[in-house]
Design a protein around this ligand. Structure first.
Ligand SMILES: [Zn+2]
Length: 446
């Protein structure tokens, strides 16, 4: 509570609550927050858009609003190589572990093999950084599995592009795939939802032939925009047919259209698929004004999607992802933390916030981000996307029955037919790589 008429001395100001607890919802989940501050100290490079210090800004905001009073806080350990081996190849992990900016010249063969370059540079401590954000996701997952948390948050995770043998799109280790693999040991069906600006290709690919993991991604798509995949017709293969859903969007989508589309697809999907746990990737590059972005979403609209998923009352792993305008990334994830803990935050940022000047001139949790670009998603286009998505959901035909003995899934046992289908996709992708790299190069310039 604030009052304009009463002047508070310094101690009273410090003791003043920074949030208002809502008691409206009947669902009162136990929330945990998993953050190792070391993760924010790494640097991809001066001109690189990925800035791990956005995580420090997020944490400062969460703490300044005193939301630590509403959650269990954990400082997780880095993931071990053995844990990361559940998805990634040993060769690749060994390479990440050994390579440094100083010895990188000796690894010329591997640099090509492991797709190291401008997007995914070799920087000091790249392996430790990856192990830290992955460790936080695995710790959060563990709390969900043991039942000590209903909602577990790791804003440093959500690196959805990383592949089994290589990094991609600023992601080195796929903490999401590793978390889902752990969840599959105890949960019959996992729903993965991705609202990053970019297609969640690494997660989709890992579970493309599984009916136990449904992946849903809302993203910008025009065939060229990174990573080039995520069209409506990518729906899964073999047993996983119909268990991948993609919602391709054009530039400039606004709050109202995004929320309406999101809810109208997710509601029937959750009812049909009946997940027992949900993983939500909350990439912040879908916000308006993002350095690499092209949507028009405001913080409240992005949060509304997360609030909607929370309302189903299922165990929920909440992860970060992309987001390249650090002050907006941190505002978003702080706001979404308040949704999870069911608090209302004063939109004026707390006076005690470190680096508060970073948020000038408005010092607000909710700057207007919604009018940067024209909306290139006509109603008719969105109606058509929705109709196709709903048709696709009808194929689900109720939740698959699950043999828990089938777990953990074995990635090596694709049928020859499935391999061929994947290789076919890859060939198509490869033809587009040059054009995509060209489009991407501009993004790396300040
Ligand atoms: Zn992204």
């Amino acid at each position: 509570m604030t009052s304009d008429t009463i002047h508070l001395d310094e101690k009273s100001q410090r003791l003043q609550p920074k949030y208002e607890q809502n008691f409206s919802a009947s669902y009162q989940p136990r929330v945990s927050y998993h953050y190792n501050p070391k993760v924010s100290g790494y640097h991809y490079g001066v001109r690189h858009p990925m800035k791990p210090f956005r995580l420090m800004l997020t944490d400062h905001l969460v703490i300044a609003y005193k939301m630590y009073e509403k959650m269990d806080l954990y400082t997780p350990k880095p993931a071990t190589q053995e844990e990361m081996r559940d998805f990634h190849s040993d060769d690749y992990l060994e390479f990440l572990k050994r390579v440094t900016p100083d010895n990188v010249a000796k690894f010329s063969q591997q640099l090509k093999q492991f797709n190291i370059g401008d997007d995914c540079p070799v920087f000091e401590g790249v392996y430790d950084y990856s192990a830290l954000y992955t460790g936080a996701s695995l710790d959060a997952t563990q709390k969900l599995i043991s039942g000590s948390s209903d909602i577990a948050i790791n804003w440093s995770g959500g690196l959805h592009h990383a592949k089994k043998f290589e990094p991609s799109g600023f992601c080195y280790v796929n903490d999401i795939v590793l978390s889902i693999l752990d969840l599959l040991r105890f949960h019959p069906r996992v729903l993965y939802i991705d609202i990053d600006l970019h297609h969640g290709d690494g997660v989709q690919e890992a579970f493309y032939n599984s009916d136990r993991v449904m992946t849903v991604s809302f993203h910008k798509y025009n065939g060229l925009f990174f990573p080039g995949t995520g069209d409506l017709n990518e729906t899964g293969i073999g047993k996983g047919k119909h268990y991948s859903l993609n919602v391709p969007l054009n530039d400039g989508i606004d709050d109202e259209s995004y929320i309406r589309l999101f809810k109208s697809i997710m509601e029937p999907l959750i009812t049909s698929f009946k997940p027992s746990v949900i993983v939500q990737q909350c990439g912040a590059d879908s916000l308006g004004g993002d350095r690499l972005g092209s949507f028009n979403l405001n913080i409240k609209a992005h949060g509304e999607c997360v609030k909607f998923i929370k309302s189903f009352g299922l165990p929920l792993l909440v992860l970060g992802g992309g987001g390249y305008t650090p002050r907006n990334v941190s505002r978003l994830w702080c706001y979404e933390t308040s949704i999870m803990t069911d608090c209302t935050l004063d939109s004026k940022l707390p006076e005690e916030l470190p680096f508060r000047n970073f948020f000038n001139p408005d010092y607000s949790l909710h700057p207007n981000l919604g009018d940067k670009l024209d909306n290139r998603n006509p109603k008719k286009y969105l109606e058509n996307v929705k109709m196709k998505a709903l048709e696709h959901i009808r194929f689900l035909n109720g939740a698959p029955s699950v043999q828990m003995s089938e777990i953990p899934p074995d990635f090596k046992k694709l049928t020859a037919e499935e391999e061929a289908e994947i290789n076919e996709l890859n060939d198509e992708d490869r033809m587009m790589i040059d054009a995509r790299d060209e489009a991407r190069a501009g993004e790396l310039v300040d």
